[in-house]
Write a protein that binds this ligand. Structure first.
Ligand code: ATP
Length: 352
């Protein structure tokens, strides 16, 4: 186990694309860090630079406190699992698991018995004993994925790197494997850096999330902190389904004003006076019985999507599109004019 640190790492490709812009980030020993962001934000590049598959244009990469910029990938003691599992098709599961160790047997100075022991322990951990003699094409997607993880784990790496390892799986299997990866991490405790664009994966797997956009770090925080206290409007709109509502306007005299829309600020924000985005999560918007209520905001229901236990209601509040998430058992009106409150104790103001 080891710490991992990016210290002012910039990656500029030959064509001038800046994929990482002065990234500084520390992953603690035994921590599960998720690099999260939209396509093209630089997350795979960060992983590749850490693995030594790309060279940083400037800045330092440290593993266990040691600068590794000049070490080749094989000498960095990392285990890697990629989106395409890249298993050897002509080898059995058992051979796939042991191949990396056999190839490096002399360099790693490990005995045949030690190889057997490490493979057995991965087989138990990942529940692969039934399929040891099969070739990769005879395995399900989830089994292939477990073999790929097992192959990385048998090396007992200091750090485990995973790049969108679940994206080839169907939704059901993805949910199951997500739980398994987290469970595995809890048992193994290997420092892990995991790349995904899927905020649900990030929220459920991570000890901490690093949100990237345009090669820049937006926020580095525990998942629930990023959810409840996003650092900026990018994070607010990227984390959460449906995303946080952001209304652009002005906080003034205990109220928030946005065109014709005006409502009281919650107590914790009432002292603010600035142009800002007012951020409220869809689940915090409440329907009111009376248009005379001091918090009343009139809203037109534009449509309602029933997701089972919750429904997403799309509203037009005096020219502002907002979404509310409501329990389906409440079964409120799905159309017409309603009155809502946008004043909530967990709402936030973000600079614009
Ligand atoms: P995705 O989720 O789509 O894989 P990502 O966040 O992992 O995206 P990267 O693959 O790190 O993004 O790419 C970051 C930026 O760098 C993108 O604009 C990409 O087009 C660019 N890029 C990546 N590799 C190269 C390269 N070899 N040469 C030039 N530009 C590159």
């Amino acid at each position: 186990m080891s710490t991992v640190e990016f210290s002012s790492v910039t990656k500029r490709f030959d064509d001038g694309t800046v994929a990482l812009d002065s990234l500084s980030l520390k992953v603690e020993e035994g921590e599960f860090l998720v690099l999260l962001g939209p396509s093209g934000c630089g997350k795979s590049t960060a992983l590749r630079v850490l693995a030594g598959l790309e060279e940083a244009s400037s800045g330092d990469i440290l593993i266990g406190g040691q600068r590794v910029n000049d070490l080749p990938p094989g000498a960095r003691d990392l285990g890697m699992v990629f989106q395409s599992y890249a298993l050897y098709p002509h080898m059995s599961v058992a051979e796939n698991l042991s191949f990396g160790l056999r190839r490096g047997q002399q360099r790693l100075a490990i005995s045949e018995a030690e190889i057997g022991e490490r493979v057995n322990s991965a087989v138990d951990l990942l529940d692969l004993s039934e399929v040891l003699d099969r070739r990769p094409r005879e395995l399900s997607g989830g089994q292939q994925q477990r073999v790929a993880i097992g192959r990385a784990l048998v090396r007992r790496p200091k750090v485990l790197l995973m790049d969108e390892p679940l994206s080839n799986l169907d939704a059901k299997l993805r949910n199951r494997m997500r739980l398994e990866i987290r469970r595995l991490h809890e048992r193994h405790g290997t420092t892990t850096v995991y790349v995904t664009h899927d905020q649900v994966e990030a929220m459920t797997l991570a000890d901490r999330i690093a949100v990237l956009n345009g090669g820049r770090l937006q926020q580095h925080a525990r998942p629930l902190d990023a959810y409840h206290r996003p650092a900026n409007s990018f994070v607010a709109s990227f984390i959460g389904t449906p995303p946080m509502n952001l209304i652009e306007g002005e906080a003034r005299s205990n109220r928030f004003h946005a065109g014709e829309l005006s409502f009281p600020l919650p107590a914790h924000l009432s002292a603010h006076s600035a142009r800002a985005f007012y951020g409220i999560r869809p689940e915090h918007i409440r329907r009111l019985d009376s248009a005379e209520h001091p918090e009343a905001v009139p809203a037109q229901v534009l449509g309602r999507e029933n997701l089972g236990s919750v429904s997403v209601t799309h509203l037009d509040a005096l020219g502002h599109r907002i979404t509310a998430s409501e329990r389906t058992d409440d079964d409120p009106d799905a159309s017409g004019q309603i009155t809502v409150s946008l004043t909530h104790s967990s709402a936030i103001l973000l600079e614009n």
